[in-house]
Write a protein that binds this ligand. Sequence first.
Ligand SMILES: Cc1cc2nc3c(=O)[nH]c(=O)nc-3n(C[C@H](O)[C@H](O)[C@H](O)COP(=O)(O)OP(=O)(O)OC[C@H]3O[C@@H](n4cnc5c(N)ncnc54)[C@H](O)[C@@H]3O)c2cc1C
Length: 312
Amino acid sequence: MIRQGLLWLSEQQWVFDFARRNPLARPFARRFVPGEDLGEAVAVARQLAGRGISTSLDLLGESVTREADADAARAEYVAMVDRLAATGDGVEVNVSVKLTQMGFDIDEELCFQNVAAILDRARAAGGFVRLDMESSAYTQRTLDFFADRLFERWGAHCGVVIQTCLRRSAADVERLVAMGARVRLCKGAYLEPPAVAFPEKAEVDRNYVRLMERLLDDGNYPGLATHDEKLIEHARRYVQRHRIGEDRYEFQMLYGVRRDLQEKLRAAGHRMRVYVPFGTQWYPYLMRRLAERPANIAFILGNILREGRGSR
Ligand SMILES: Cc1cc2nc3c(=O)[nH]c(=O)nc-3n(C[C@H](O)[C@H](O)[C@H](O)COP(=O)(O)OP(=O)(O)OC[C@H]3O[C@@H](n4cnc5c(N)ncnc54)[C@H](O)[C@@H]3O)c2cc1C
């Protein structure tokens, strides 16, 4: 119930407008979004690289309805790629992009031109662009766009995301394995109807195990994006048993979530990538994080109160 409510709120523009004006909401967001500008995100990438953890930077924003906004987002991504390429210190050129931020809902050709500009730049820098996966309304279109328009031209420089909450995902994984495409595997962050998604968490988790094993066996460098310790333990045992080298997959987690586990995996010799979102459009992202773990609301409030008391 709480999850549904928070996910519903994540789509309400009027709540976002209220939240942005509310000074209390900013420290709330900071737990998961390190800053509003690129400089802050790059500083985090540099810090993490210093600890042997790689990153994927994400300029927050989605569901763009004006061409000018899509163009502005593209320009920011191109600048981001250039900045990452110039940073050095072990920081990789790796970004995550949402197609609806690039104009997917306005005109597919506009979206293609925007994504192509980012991909060209990323390829020139030896980098990588991941298409984040949005709600199930976009799954087919996103996968077709990737397979028909991007993969042949940019191959190893681009990848997609599969959500194990969706009933269709086993078939999608087969298609992507056959193509040799890079896949990030996650459970899925959106509110989906039972017609397309497993309603029970146990089923989502079982599907994760099944698709993770498939990708570890025959996929192209899968990104195992989860904070679920049971699934991570399963992956660790599986790669050991099947003698799958640490250079054939990576674990991925979100900025601000389970930092202890991120360190533990890295220390154990696994590759670890952290997704670092930044920008002013943090509200829907924050609400999805709160929906995943409503206890976060109390946790963050507690931190804010403690810090407030400490600074007095
Ligand atoms: C790198 C990365 C990229 C992602 N990209 C996408 C994408 O493109 N599309 C998409 O739909 N979803 C994406 N997600 C989100 C994903 O689908 C899940 O919603 C999210 O990761 C929570 O699922 P979980 O696997 O951690 O398992 P859960 O069962 O939700 O959580 C397992 C445990 O992890 C911890 N945990 C999980 N979430 C949080 C949180 N927010 N705060 C604190 N603790 C938490 C808790 O201890 C929890 O018990 C991405 C996730 C990651 C890590």
